[in-house]
Design a protein around this ligand. Structure first.
Ligand SMILES: O=C(O)CC1=CCC(=O)O1
Length: 267
């Protein structure tokens, strides 16, 4: 694990793989961290350089000021989440990447494709939407974790992230991710909820020209297949697949996810 700008505005990242190989960058969902891409990093290793990072407020990345006195309950913005990606690429002297994000990370990828398309070769958006949830629900969730702590959202997360079948089949994996959510910094998590409360790219995604692969989970209750199909209709030339999974499809359906990802990266 390496740190860009060690301190309250640090970004934690890993960069693995052969020097000179094309870089594939991964962006995590709300309440997870760069370790959630383990299966993809392994599948790509050898042929690609894999750049993973913890979104601000998550994992080993900093809180970017939301812990400062008087700033309780302040949010990040989607532009800041996208700006962190550009800062990291600039610092590492990486001109272009294939970008793969899930959920909040997918929304970050859509923002980059709209505002910094020259930095993306290809875009993969998994289990995401141009507008995730509603402003009211995200504001409520931010308030809930600030007042009651992360246990209040960790309790119901398995049912949002995975199918009952996967929860029964892979209890240790599910427990590890839920523990990661429970120990997520509440102020960072809340600030990302507030970024999601504001983020709405529905009127902008038609401008995307970066080659795009959209992946949805057939049983995802959060970002549904309807959200995936809506993006597919609006992003010209995009490919769209549905995976046998709920929300964290890169974990629940890692084989199918990796197959589609690699096929797209090789196209
Ligand atoms: O509600 C959840 O935990 C799922 C989710 C919504 C946005 C995101 O990144 O994860």
């Amino acid at each position: 694990m390496r740190l860009l700008n060690p301190g309250p505005r640090q970004l934690a990242y890993t960069l693995d793989g052969p020097a000179g190989a094309p870089v594939v960058m991964f962006s995590n969902s709300l309440g997870t961290r760069l370790s959630s891409w383990e299966a993809q990093a392994e599948a790509l290793s050898g042929r690609f350089r894999v750049l993973r990072y913890d979104s601000r407020g998550h994992g080993m990345s900093g809180l970017f000021g939301v812990d400062e006195p008087g700033r309780r309950g302040e949010g990040y913005t989607l532009a800041q989440l996208g700006g962190d990606v550009l800062d990291l690429l600039d610092a590492l002297d990486i001109e272009t990447v294939d970008f793969c994000g899930i959920s909040m990370g997918g929304l970050t990828g859509l923002w980059l494709a709209i505002h910094a398309e020259h930095r993306l070769r290809r875009l993969v958006v998994a289990n995401s939407a141009a507008r995730i949830g509603s402003a009211g629900a995200w504001t409520e969730r931010a308030e809930l974790v600030l007042v009651e702590g992360m246990a209040s959202v960790a309790a119901g997360a398995a049912g949002r992230w995975f199918t009952p079948d996967f929860i029964a089949r892979a209890p240790a994996t599910v427990a590890r991710l839920i523990e990661g959510l429970r120990t997520c910094e509440r102020r960072g998590y809340a600030a990302c909820c507030l970024a999601l409360a504001e983020a709405d790219l529905r009127s902008e995604i038609a401008a995307i020209t970066v080659p795009t692969l959209l992946m949805a989970g057939a049983q995802d209750p959060v970002t549904t297949v309807e959200h995936g199909r809506m993006m597919h209709e609006h992003i010209s030339g995009a490919s769209y697949v549905e995976l046998p999974a709920s929300h964290l499809s890169n974990i629940e359906a890692e084989t199918a996810f990796n197959r589609h990802l690699l096929r797209f990266l090789d196209s």
